[in-house]
Write a protein that binds this ligand. Sequence first.
Ligand SMILES: [Cu+2]
Length: 319
Amino acid sequence: MGSSLAASKRDAGPAGMTFIAGGTFRMGSDHHYPEEAPTHHVSVDGFWIDTTPITNRQFANFVRETGHVTFAELVPDPKDYPGSLPDMIFAGSLVFTPPKHRVDLRDWSQWWTLLKGANWRQPYGPGSSIKGLDHHPVVHVAFGDALAYATWAGKELPTEAEWEFAARGGLDGAEFAWGDEFMPGGRAMANTWHGEFPHHRRPGHKRTSPVRAFPPNGYGLHDMIGNVWEWTTDWWSAKHASEAPKACCIPENPRGGPEAASYDPQLPDIRIPRKVIKGGSHLCAPNYCRRYRPAARHAEPVDTSTSHVGFRCVVREKG
Ligand SMILES: [Cu+2]
């Protein structure tokens, strides 16, 4: 694409998207969880990114036009899940179900339930609906659902590097998307968990929030942190690549490691590859999971959908 065309396209821009000029930045962090390390420089080319996560209204348009059926709405093939009990084979999705009292934080089954009939239209199971949630992020989307939406929209899903660069909002090396303080002046800057996870949530948004409920970052992007985790295209890696030895060799537009390295080493019999998800969610809490930061990352199997994972899309300047 010629530079003048790029410039004019940038001025207009695809609807609902924000242009992020490319650049070099420090990706990762050495001060938190081991998978975020080491901090290393990478550069990314310019791209547009959705200003907010994809909402229920946007996803409903996609489903209306394409008839897309999400992964959570399909009954799994038992052949893909060796060793699973027949009564676990049903169409459903993982829903956060808060316990009434303090629980062992090592056991996530205390607050996650694989709920029959939970899907994007019924985010909390049969009887629930997205009525009144038009502007909330869509949830219960597996990686393939996010990819199908992006393809339909003529877009793509972001790489982890693109996503993190955009989330930083120009504050290179800062802890949070808005600076170095979690709650500047006592103000919540994102929809994260306030209170003691998972049994006590302080009054406020009970679960997801409208995608513009919290202030944008320095690039004008909403909800990069908190509300819902967001899919990226990178395969999971236990650590980042090391810092390039010389400035000449800074990785350009990195796309993550090999698929073969993304499997869960704790579940050797389950061969479901995992993608990197970013941004943390409304369930991230100081006493449990402090992943409400641009550097934070998490491994999500491609077939998994939950009530706290969504996505947004990109359009690359160089196509
Ligand atoms: Cu978290």
